[in-house]
Design a protein around this ligand. Sequence first.
Ligand code: MG
Length: 486
Amino acid sequence: MNLPAWPGLSRRRSACLATVLTILVAAVFPAAAPGHEASRPNLVLIFCDDLGYGDVGCFGARGYETPNLDRMAREGVRFTDFYVSTPVCSASRASLLTGCYPERVSIRGALGPRDRIGLSHAETTLAELLKQRGYATGMAGKWHLGSHPSQLPTRHGFDEYLGIPYSGDMWPRHPQAPKSYPPLRLIDGERIAIPDVTAEDQSHFTERFTERAVSFIRRYRDRPFFFYLAPNMPHVPLFAGEKFRGKTERGLYGDVIEEIDSSVGQILQTLKDTGLDDRTLVIFTSDNGPWLSYGDHAGSAGPLREGKGTCFEGGIREPMIARWPGRIPPGLVCREPASTIDVLPTMAALTGARLPDHPIDGKNIRPLLFGEPGARSPHDTLFFHYRNGQLQAMRSGRWKLLFPHTARTMNGQAPGKGGIPGKYARLAVNLELYDLESDIGETTNLASQKPEVVHQLEEKAERFREDLGDSLQKRTGRGVRPPDRV
Ligand code: MG
């Protein structure tokens, strides 16, 4: 570095003094350290439930309108290759909030009301990370990371919480529910606000969770905040508010998405009204792809193959939109692979918060978010476990490799209707290689034509198995950490 000398000091001594001062400043004000933003932007993270890749207007949805989400994309960035870590609710949410693959934190599948497992208190959630930097933290919607009182959001870094502890279909009113399901509760903080949620109650949830988000933003307008809005829609059973019912060509599913879009609109309007637009990053995405067996009550994966509960692209690739006026250039489209596991380390980089001491899997995607010239995905490979620890798939650059396993498909099956699901058929998946740049729908298996690519990917998978295991090969990983058990 060629710095001018300080008055009365040699160049060498000046350089030493500058280094010492930098270290001191970084220790006292971590946000001012090189590579960190000096600011503490607000974060509103909107995480839908079972929303498909093709369910938003700017990702190709038909039969209803999403003007607020489309505007958000015009004013910010749309990621075309954004992934969840696994195609199911709890495990996917664990990744979003910890920056880790679900196997690392031992949250698998969708936790039920009687499950004793929850997210470990030894993990650092995004809320806990941001609290280090003085953020107010709030959440509304579906939690699904442990339903015992000791496992709720208020025990994982959220100052306040309004929502349901698991999915809206895990209740006695489901037409095919196991008899053992207890009544569904609406929880406010740690208090039971509604002990036995009805269909009428559920039809107000999107509105109620949005109101909580809006009130939180207004209450904390004068300090940095993080609000996690996790609507339990469009997961079945579908419910739309009265104002939205019967309004779209697509039927109830379209009505539900229009209400979610309106919710996003209310949040954007609140940020504008409070003058927080240019200090707030808003991220919109979902936990997994559409639950296709529900037919007219399921979303669409657009051009992608299959949906929820599979590691084909339709299960794991999600529409993602992010907006931060003044920082994210308007109308940006990012085609680099990125993932929900990247949200936590990116927020750490933006705020100067210290990353957890234990290993995490996500990476800082700030250069992608801000459209920096030449920005590339920080991931050489993304891996996808599903179904009790099976390493089912990986994506590396343009390539997608699926390992032999049994999946499910609705192809050739009678579709579900009116909230009653159809029946999946079993699908034998072989060793399958797809070129996602030319074949987004995973139609042409190139494994036998490209043995060298398969070999390279398999070597990467092998290293990954040592870390996080693979039940398809009866392997346990050295980097797996235990969950919380009550
Ligand atoms: Mg889900």
